[in-house]
Design a protein around this ligand. Structure first.
Ligand code: EPU
Length: 342
């Protein structure tokens, strides 16, 4: 087992925060994962599981064992007339996997092209874009259950997938996702009703073109983390109840909103931030992107403290203007590798 010490995590998190891990290991198999977990237990270290690093905020020092998930592989499982199931390693790059499914003429994930990160993280916050959430195409998730100390499989219906949420968020230290079992379609069922997607598609109503247009729209709005370190949408779109919404829309008739089940309404965080004057605005080296106010960018060598100063200021201005509290999307860790409340 190759445990490294004092490892710089800057290249492993897309916000490019300076962060030194006291202990670090890359795991490429379930067995290696189990050995690493045992090492952590023996040495009384917390475990911080690192996937693509595209949804996390890390402090400058972490006293914990950071386990970088690197289980690869795609395996064909069962098929029927309409669908094909696939078992995919948690360490597989998400976007490359989506592109691969399209080449294989397997459909469903095309709307989710270009989302950063790895396959294993996709069920955690039930990644979603352009009218599709990954949970719709997951059959089950294979995990190492740290509570029961065994490998097990969780059916999608037991994962409780909702907007940017699943059981993996409720109980973050219990499960380590090792593989995801997808059930993809053999014939496309195009979801093109979101925003400007239909117009962008033109007459070419194919899954290949859908994927191409999603990539094009994302590239035109969202900054490339290699150039502008970021974690995608920094805030969730707030979901509020009908009473709160009625008061808000009376004052701000243009607020983009999307009705939800249970008499609730989702409102666009990007619009709130933009209206509060933060689009393209910076506080020192951290700011909200000029083409999409929902994305926070580390423009130089920011630390977690700098990031917090900016996002707290954005939260305050949005709250003072609209009375709505924005909740950050990325997970915040403390110096012992544990998840913190924002
Ligand atoms: N808006 C503004 N100003 C801005 C940004 C947005 O006025 O600076 C307005 C837009 O005009 C639009 C509304 O806000 O009316 C919503 O914006 P957009 O369509 O860009 O989508 P979003 O709600 O901001 C969500 C997801 C994205 C996903 C897109 C497409 C969340 C928090 N974000 O963004 O997810 O790609 O829809 O489906 O749900 C991510 O999670 O990292 C992510 C990029």
């Amino acid at each position: 087992m190759n445990i490294e010490s004092q490892v710089q995590l800057k290249p492993f998190n897309t916000l490019s925060l300076d962060s030194i891990a006291s202990h670090f290991i890359k795991v490429q198999s379930v067995q290696a994962l189990q050995e690493a977990l045992l090492f952590a237990e023996t040495n009384e270290l917390n475990v911080l599981l690192l996937s693509g690093g595209s949804n996390m905020m890390l402090p400058e020092q972490i006293q914990a064992l950071v386990i970088a998930m690197d289980i690869q592989g795609i395996e064909f499982l069962n098929e029927d007339e309409h669908s094909q199931t696939l078992k995919v390693g948690a360490g597989q790059n998400w976007h490359d996997f989506v592109l691969w499914t399209t080449v294989q003429q397997l459909y469903g994930l095309q709307n989710l092209a270009l989302i950063p990160g790895l396959v294993g993280a996709s069920p955690v916050q039930n990644i979603g874009a352009y009218g599709v959430e990954v949970g719709e195409f997951i059959q089950s998730v294979e995990v190492f259950d740290r509570k029961l100390n065994q490998v097990t499989s969780i059916l999608a219906s037991d994962c409780h997938f909702t907007y940017r949420h699943s059981i993996f968020k409720d109980d973050p230290n219990r499960y380590v996702i090792t593989h995801v079992i997808f059930k993809l379609l053999k014939f496309p069922d195009l979801k093109i009703n979101y925003g400007d997607l239909k117009t962008a598609m033109g007459d070419e109503l194919t899954a290949e073109n859908l994927q191409k247009q999603v990539i094009h729209i994302r590239q035109s709005k969202l900054p490339d983390p290699k150039q502008y370190p970021n974690v995608g949408s920094f805030f969730k779109n707030p979901i509020i109840n009908q009473t709160e919404f009625s008061q808000l829309i009376a004052k701000f008739p243009n607020i983009p909103h999307y009705p939800q089940t249970g008499n609730q309404v989702k409102i666009a965080a990007g619009w709130l931030i933009d209206q509060a004057g933060w689009k393209g605005k910076r506080l020192d080296q951290v700011g909200m992107f000029e083409k999409q106010a929902l994305v926070l960018v580390n423009y130089a060598n920011a630390t977690l403290t700098d990031v917090q100063a900016t996002y707290h200021a954005v939260q305050k201005d949005v709250f003072d203007t609209f009375g709505v509290r924005l909740e950050p999307e990325p997970v915040l860790f403390n110096e012992f590798g544990l998840i913190q409340n924002h």
